[in-house]
Design a protein around this ligand. Structure first.
Ligand code: ZN
Length: 152
């Protein structure tokens, strides 16, 4: 288990240092600002949905702690270019992995770097840092422009 924890930390730190898909997206079909008042993380997610029902591109901007930024970076990689239904499924899976009652089964082969986020479960105060980007993505896809981690 110790090795896994080191892996989690390494992945989080590396995404925080050099995040993927950070920046504004133009043109875009949606955007939502997410706020986590517990930590002060504030991230905006931009999305561009294609005519074929795929999520062509997703990017994020804003300020937050290492976990929130790493989660946003990993999120953009996990959902980019997927059909919308698959994106919705990934969002649900990620939120379940982070906040579900059951300790998640981590399949590194299947989850890849997404698995790193599950390491956050050991630090309950930081879980909302990790869910923030996913909530913001869901809001942007639903046409909402704002969301906080304190909503149901
Ligand atoms: Zn945070």
């Amino acid at each position: 288990m110790e090795d896994l924890e080191e892996l989690y930390q390494e992945i989080i730190l590396s995404h925080n240092r050099s995040p993927h898909n950070e920046g504004r997206l133009d043109p875009r079909t949606g955007e939502a600002e997410g706020f986590n008042p517990l930590c002060g993380d504030q991230l905006t997610v931009h999305v561009r949905e294609g005519g074929d029902g795929r999520l062509d591109a997703v990017r994020f901007t804003g300020q937050g702690c290492a976990i929130s930024r790493a989660s946003a970076s990993i999120m953009t990689q996990a959902v980019q270019a997927l059909p919308r239904a698959e994106v919705d499924r990934r969002i649900a899976e990620a939120l379940e992995m982070l906040t579900g009652r059951e300790e998640p089964e981590i399949d590194l082969d299947k989850l890849g770097e997404l698995a790193a986020l599950a390491g956050v479960r050991q630090f309950p105060a930081r879980i909302k840092c990790a869910t923030l980007a996913w909530h913001a993505l869901a809001a942007a896809l639903k046409g909402r422009d704002r969301v906080t981690t304190e909503e149901g």
